[in-house]
Structures are given as C-alpha cells and as structure tokens.
Design a protein around this ligand. Structure first.
Ligand SMILES: Nc1ncnc2c1ncn2[C@@H]1O[C@H](COP(=O)(O)OP(=O)(O)OP(=O)(O)O)[C@@H](O)[C@H]1O
Ligand SMILES: [Mg+2]
Length: 437
C-alpha cells in the first residue's frame, strides 16, 4: 500500500473515533455534553499538533543539536522518516568527506600538476605539484586569472590559439614542462603539467653520446680510409712511406678498439643486469702492478712514488683496477717529461682513499664539474695526441658509484692536479701494515 495512505488512514480513523464517542455522549447525556466532548477532543488534538509543529520547527533550525520527540499518531511516522533521512544524509556526507580526503591525498601525491580553472581561466584549485611547476600558491592565488600568474608568452599564445588537443612544451623556472589544457563540465578547464626535465636530459645525453661516439669513430676511420686509398692509387709506393702509413693505420685501429672497449665497459657498468661481485682486493699489489705498467708508458720520463698505508678492501678487483689505472695513466699522459707523480693509499676517519698527485699541465677549475662527462676533454687537440677518448673518468665515476665512493678533483694550470678517490669505511677488510715503496 502507498505509504501516504498508511499515514492518512490512522489520522482519519482517529477523527472518526472522536466523532463516534461524541455521538454516543450526545445520545446518552445530551447534545451539550456531546458537543463539549467533541470540542475538547479537537482542542487537545490541535494543541498536540501545535506542540509537535513547534518541536519540528526547532529541530529544522538545528537538526544536529535538537532531538526529535518520539511523536504520537501520524507524528511518529513523520519523525521516524525524518530521522531516517538525517541518518542517510549523515552517512552520505561521511562517505563524501572520506572520498574528498582520499582524492586530496591522491592529488597531493601526484607527481604531475593539476590546476582547476573556471571558463574564464580564474584559478579555483591546484595541487602541490602544480604549485612547484608553475610557481603558484593556492591560498594566495585562488580567484586570480591564470594568465596573470603564469606570464609566459608561449603559454599565453597556447591559450589564445586554444589548440588544446596538443600539449605544449614549456620552459619555466628552469624546468621543461609538458602542459595541456583539458576542458570539462562546460564551464571548467583542467590544466595538467608534467615535468619532463629529467627525460629531456636523458634524451639529450643519448643524442650527445651517439653524436660524440660517431664523431670519435669517424676520425680514425677517415685516416685509415685515406691511407688505403693512397695504397690503392700508388701500388709502387716507397716501402718506408708505406711502413709509416701502416703504423698510423694500426694506431688508429687501436684507437677505435680502445674507444669501443671503453664504451662497452661503460654500458656494462651502467647495466643493472651486471651486478658487482665483491671480493678481497689487494690494493698494494694492484697499485704496484699499475705502476709497473705506467712506467712503460712514461718511458723513464717521470719520477714515481707509491705509499700504501691503508687496508685492503672488498670490491671488484677488475673495476677498481680499471678506475685506478685510468687516474694514474692520466697523470702520466698529462704531465710533461721530468714531472713527478705520487700515489698514496691511506685510511681516514671517513674511509680509505687513493690520492693521485701529479705536477702536470693541470686545468682551470671550471672544467672540474664536467670532467666525468663522457667524451669530455679539457683540450681536445692535446687529448688526441695522447690518444685519449674522454671516457676514462666517466668509467672512474661509474666504478666509484658502484662501490659507494666519490671522486674529488683539485687542479692548478701548469702546476698539477690531485685526484682523490674516497671510498666508504664499510668496504674495509683489515688494516694493512705500513708499506712504503
Ligand atoms: N691528471 C690530469 N691532468 C690534467 N688534465 C687531466 C688529468 N686527468 C684528466 N685530465 C683531463 O680530463 C680529460 C678527461 O679525462 P679522461 O680520462 O676521461 O679522458 P682521456 O684521458 O682524454 O681519455 P681516456 O681516458 O678515455 O683514454 C682529459 O682529456 C684531460 O683533458
Ligand atoms: Mg684518461
């Protein structure tokens, strides 16, 4: 049955009961008594209705503070329905607040920026990532026009042209941002920002690497091809000249081989599929061995000294050997004949360190931050003379990264350089006896 009927039938029955009782009173005690009874019942009903109306009014003014009475007659049903409505409403509100809190939290954690604007680009809301990317402050800028807050000509053009199907690449506050506007709900628009600085940097590094590697490989190949063409064009070339050409071709071949070898080493060091296998590294033996090798390179033109005061360590012998060898051979290659090269392996409070000091050509401080970049050479022409590819220090950096170490560089032009490898104390095996060579 219709709930409205359930509400009206008892009320109508109650009225009928009053009339019936009044009629009985009329019949037995006369019309005055009957009418009086009817009137009194009506007045009581009206007073009751007014009382409940008053309580309802009070409750409507303050539904949370006031409590509704249980009611009588039809009011019981009305009040219970109102209670149910309020309970449902409270439940909905709690759910809504919970969703809102979750949404806010998600928006706070989102690495991408989200800005909500109205149809005339007035800022309504933005998340912390958008504040960082665009330099906005929600509390301060709310209600202001976004084009007044982001004063960038490319961004303003993007808004004016309204080609929102395409994202816009924007350089803002020294960051590369991908920005896109998405209209929604007719009268609102969302501005989404994505920080592409890191991926752009990696892309640029990759492009640079390919360009540099191709360039480095092209030079020796050009030399080899040139000599091969000469050999073909002049079959009766003087044997001495031919021997000279062959020598240069062999040198260039080795250069390419070294370059490819270094590139493969770097790729391997960067790869996560190439885990480091730590073992006990006998630093004393390693440094002695490296010294013997570089003495051949030096051909007796430099004075060397080696002091090993530090302990053996846990690490990759092969990787550390290649890193230390690069530092020492750099010292030889960039130190003119008669110069001095000192190697010191020592333990410090922070951990063991290798100091490679030379009295060579050095370089000015502005190069220091770029030395470990791939293919970076302070003086390209000189480096070419020394057959350098500019990958050595990049390899050193990666090896040290894998061992938790760092490289510190100090240098003075024409005075010399100091390269210090600092390793963490955690990789020390034990203290070695003081050994001086
Ligand atoms: N001890 C040093 N004294 C002066 N300059 C140095 C020294 N060590 C490195 N450099 C400079 O840093 C640059 C980068 O060194 P790195 O070892 O990476 O490359 P390279 O020696 O040129 O080539 P590679 O080591 O790959 O054969 C060198 O080209 C050189 O200009
Ligand atoms: Mg080198």
């Amino acid at each position: 049955m219709n709930p409205q009927m359930l509400f009206w039938i008892p009320a109508a029955l109650r009225m009928l009961l009053i009339f019936a009782v009044s009629a009985v009173a009329w019949f037995f005690w006369g019309p005055v008594c009957g009418l009086l009874l009817c009137l009194m019942s009506m007045v009581a009903m009206v007073v009751l209705q007014l009382y409940y109306l008053y309580r309802l009014g009070g409750w409507l003014d303050n539904p949370r503070g006031e409590k509704l009475p249980d009611g009588w007659g039809a009011w019981t049903d009305i009040f219970s329905r109102l209670y149910r409505l309020r309970r449902d409403d409270e439940k909905n509100q709690a759910e809504l607040s919970e969703w809102l809190a979750r949404f806010r939290q998600a928006m706070h954690l989102l690495p991408d920026g989200v800005v909500i604007m109205d149809d005339v680009l007035f800022l309504e809301w933005c998340n912390p990532a958008a504040e960082r990317h665009l330099g906005l402050q929600h509390g301060r800028d709310k209600g202001m026009r976004v084009t007044n807050l982001i004063r960038n000509p490319d961004f303003i053009d993007y808004i004016i042209l309204g080609r929102y199907d395409q994202p816009l690449m924007l350089t803002l506050r020294e960051r590369k941002l991908v920005v896109q506007i998405i209209p929604f709900e007719n009268r609102r628009q969302i501005l989404v920002t994505h920080d592409a600085t890191e991926s752009e940097r990696i892309d640029m590094m990759r492009r640079d690497f390919i360009a540099n590697a191709s360039h480095e490989l092209r030079t020796p190949l050009t030399v080899i091809n040139g000599f091969l063409e000469i050999a073909q064009a002049h079959p009766n070339l003087d044997p001495n000249v031919r021997a000279g050409h062959l020598k240069m071709m062999t040198e260039q071949g080795h250069r390419m081989q070294n370059l490819i070898g270094d590139m493969l080493t770097l790729t391997r060091l960067e790869s996560i599929d190439y885990p480091m296998r730590p073992e006990r590294v006998n630093i004393h033996a390693m440094l002695k061995n490296i010294l013997q090798e570089v003495e051949v390179l030096s051909a007796g033109q430099h004075v060397f000294s080696l002091r090993v005061e530090g302990p053996d360590i846990n690490g990759s012998t092969e990787e550390l050997r290649s890193a230390f060898n690069n530092l020492v051979s750099n010292a030889v290659r960039y130190t003119p004949p008669g110069g001095k090269i000192d190697l010191l392996w020592q333990n410090t409070m922070a951990g063991p360190q290798l100091v490679v000091r030379d009295s060579g050509i050095g370089f000015s401080p502005e190069h220091i931050s770029r030395l470990t970049e791939r293919f970076y050479r302070v003086d390209k022409s000189r480096s070419r003379e020394t057959q350098g590819t500019g990958l050595g220090l990049a390899i050193v950096k990666h090896v040290l990264l894998r061992h938790g170490g760092t490289l510190a560089v100090e240098s003075t032009p024409d005075k010399g350089s100091v390269f210090t490898v600092r390793l963490p104390a955690s990789i020390v095996v034990e203290k070695a006896d003081l050994l001086n060579d």
